[in-house]
Design a protein around this ligand. Structure first.
Ligand code: ADP
Ligand code: MG
Length: 317
């Protein structure tokens, strides 16, 4: 099977989206942006053996590759629209590609995103690169740099689950309902696109959690030239995570583990106000700390300073 057959069989689908003037099949895709909108462009690569275990189910690889990009779009308060896919394959295994495409389109269809082009190559490792363009009302993209002193720091859902799930996946530990849930939080992250849209007007700054709560919150604060405190007692831990390990270990995964793809944002609004405004989004936010003058991020536990060493994920050290 050559690449043209792969594209035709697995990736070239009909679309009814009128913003797509030309999709797959020409030298470039042509899209027509709406008047009064800014475009938000994100891209993320996943390398087999680095970003996902080689044993991961291809449908999960496809789903996750789209979801991590949707999460960046969510953190910008944008609506995802058009996607391109650069796919490097070590072999043209139709069963693998078919399942991969199923997962990819499952995530894309949840948000009305169309695949409009890509590139298909042979290489020694599987590499999945997805680029998504979204739209947002002019000037309304939510930045990391927009925080103000006095705002609270919030996080959606619960944190630490995906990192715990990955370690369970890699250890091959026997599974139960809780560990299955945690593994699924790694393989099928939920991009908080609808939350991103709703908090656009309420939030000062936002970032999505890919490298770990501590590291990513630090990035937001640094972009805003401000300091912050995370009250570790407030950090939301899922019941599944707490039943699976001791609280100390759960907190370590929550602060340092990556791959949650929850949103972290700052706002002057209260937790109740925000939760009211996102009532239809199927997830709650939790206040975990506050933004202050100065620089740096610190943690507290039971009201006392808690020395936390940052172990956030880095490709190069
Ligand atoms: P070119 O040689 O002009 O770069 P290609 O032959 O690589 O074009 O690709 C042909 C068409 O198929 C293009 O429209 C391209 O965007 C699309 N395409 C290639 N690979 C993929 C893929 N994995 N998913 C979706 N579209 C793809
Ligand atoms: Mg060409």
């Amino acid at each position: 099977m050559d690449e043209f057959e792969i594209i035709r069989r697995f990736f070239d689908r009909e679309t009814t989206d009128e913003s797509i003037i030309a999709g797959i099949g020409d030298d470039g895709a042509v899209t027509r942006p709406m008047a009064g909108r800014d475009l938000v462009t994100v891209i993320d690569s996943m390398v087999a053996g680095v970003h996902f275990p080689l044993s991961m189910h291809p449908a999960d690889v496809g789903y996750r590759a789209v979801a991590v990009n949707l999460s960046d779009i969510a953190a910008m308060a944008a609506i995802p629209k058009w996607m391109t896919l650069a796919l490097t394959l070590d072999q043209a295994d139709p069963a693998w590609i078919e399942d991969f495409a199923k997962g990819l389109f499952a995530a894309a269809d949840e948000h009305g995103v169309s695949l409009i082009g890509g590139d298909t190559t042979h290489g020694s490792e599987k590499v999945v690169t997805i680029q998504i363009t979204g739209i947002v009302e002019v000037g309304a993209a939510l930045m990391r740099s927009g925080a103000s002193a006095g705002e609270s720091i919030f996080v959606t859902g619960s944190v630490g689950d995906a990192a715990a799930g990955l370690s369970i996946l890699q250890s091959g530990a026997p599974s139960n309902a809780d560990t299955d849930y945690l593994v699924r939080r790694f393989t099928r992250p939920t991009a908080r696109v609808s939350v991103g849209r709703k908090i656009g007007a309420l939030a000062g700054a936002a970032i999505d959690l890919s490298d770990g709560l501590f590291t990513d919150t630090e990035k937001l604060l640094s972009a805003s030239s401000l300091s912050g405190i995370i009250e570790t007692d407030l950090v939301p831990l899922s019941a599944e995570l707490q039943r699976t390990m001791a609280r100390d270990d759960a907190l370590r995964f929550a602060l340092g583990g990556g791959d949650d793809y929850e949103l972290c944002f700052t706002s002057a609004a209260s937790e109740d106000e925000i939760n009211e405004s996102i009532a239809e989004c199927g997830v709650a936010v939790t206040r975990i700390g506050s933004v202050g003058e100065g620089r740096g991020l610190s943690c507290t536990m039971n009201g006392e300073r808690y020395a936390y060493r940052d172990d956030g994920y880095r490709h190069f050290r």
